[in-house]
Design a protein. Structure first.
Ligand code: F3S
Length: 68
């Protein structure tokens, strides 16, 4: 199972990730990315959204962890 994670130290609040992965990422009151739920990528759509979100972030604040 794979999981999307955010590195809060890197996130600068650009918010492109939210438009690319609205099922997986939201922003908090200050505009920084937060993962919705536990971030588990349980559908092909989740994987597609996660790939797009990771690719779009100019701060490289998002990544996908692969767990067996
Ligand atoms: Fe933060 Fe990158 Fe999204 S800077 S709000 S994780 S596009």
């Amino acid at each position: 199972m794979s999981t999307i994670r955010v590195d809060s130290d890197r996130c600068q609040g650009h918010a492109m990730c939210v438009t690319q992965a609205p099922s997986l990422v939201d922003v908090d009151d200050l505009g920084f990315a937060v993962i919705i739920g536990d971030g588990t990528l349980s559908t092909p759509e989740h994987h597609e959204q996660a790939e797009r979100a990771v690719a779009c972030c100019p701060e490289q604040a998002l990544h996908v962890e692969d767990e067996s």
